[in-house]
Design a binder for this molecule. Sequence first.
Ligand code: SF4
Length: 448
Amino acid sequence: MKETLNHISPSFCAAKWLQVTIDLLHGTTHSCHHPARHEIPLTELKNNPSALHNTNFKKYTRNQMLSGVRPKECEYCWLIEDLSSDMLSDRYLKSLDTWSLPHLARLSNMPWDSDVNPTYLEVMFDKTCNLACAYCFAEVSSSIEKEMNEFGPYPVSNSGHRLVSSNRKFENANPFINAFWKWLPEIFLGLRFFRITGGEPFLSPSTRTVVNFLKRNPNNDLVFSINSNLSLPQKLINEFALLSDELLKNNHIREFELYASVDTYGAQAEYIRFGLNYDIFLKNINSFLKISPKTKLVLMVTFNILSIENFQELLADVLQLKKEYSSVLIDMSYLKDPGYLRANIATEDLVLKLVEIEKFIEENRSDDFEDGFSDYEIRKMFRVFEWIRKGTSEREERVNRSDFFSFIKEYDKRKSTSFSSTFNSMNDFHKACSYAKMTLLDEVNKIS
Ligand code: SF4
């Protein structure tokens, strides 16, 4: 399968054509969700609502891919592929998925500047969110927007990640939302996945609008998905569980997937995802799956430096859920931005913990993902661990560790949290970060 793909071109990835995440609030788009978002030019959108996806910039990167050039914005995959030729990057996983594989020949033969309908659409209607996660940013979380307006940027060398939000201003109604509702009926029957992201989608009125749209426009081939932090009142969760059950029972959709975000276990997960209550999170999962038992639950882990210490406990909870419900999966990616929370700046003692985690995963390997961890889940976890072991350059490690030290100090101050009492075995790492900051300051002093 890898050869089939590489025969088209060693940098070809169907996700650039068929998968899109659109932020309708700010008018940005990216394919897939790993590269940075770019603006949708209003001039391109004027007579062509498909410019929500088919921007000239995206067409340029598609042309690069067809010519065997690696677009820089897809660094997420190149870093994995360069670890070893055995590694399966998302370029392979996405291009060979059910929503892309049947289209490979068509895509590779069409002119590079053609407009293409996506088969996997992810959309953000608004950014209302009750959480303020450490790695998230103001463009997608109203809680972080509020924090940034109050306190301003963090004192890190590259403060570009967590900035005060830049909202686009429109003379009349939001043109991206208008274009979206015009475009959706055109592409709807070709869609295989339709996913709502946020913000917190269960807090957005647009999520109900979409559910009503699905009731009026059944699509038996469609997998409908919602991303959620599940740290919400149970009443609200139960309402949506009933809605999803109704959509499934009436065959308005083929499948419903609930993507629940969590990066490690207990108090440490609550530290990373500020505002999360881990117990409520688990209770809401149980409640949702009891009301809507055919829902597929995907636990979405963005593995970062703070995930390592208690990750095994999270895996134990995942196993428990797998035993109780028919369709529970863990899906893991590594955190790329901001660099100072990347797990590849871990000290040796933390890297060693990965061995225990891997052992636990192997002990619970299963051919059937309902009883344990499937090969698919394991490959995705292990490739992240390999990437961590590879580390990074000495310079990048020093800068990111130094920024980690500054970020956490400010984070604790703003949120009245305590890193040292939440992460009991990260003392050595914290000391290494403090040392990195000191040596960088020394360098600056010498130069000046
Ligand atoms: S190459 Fe990787 S980062 Fe780029 S679109 Fe494909 S899956 Fe996404």
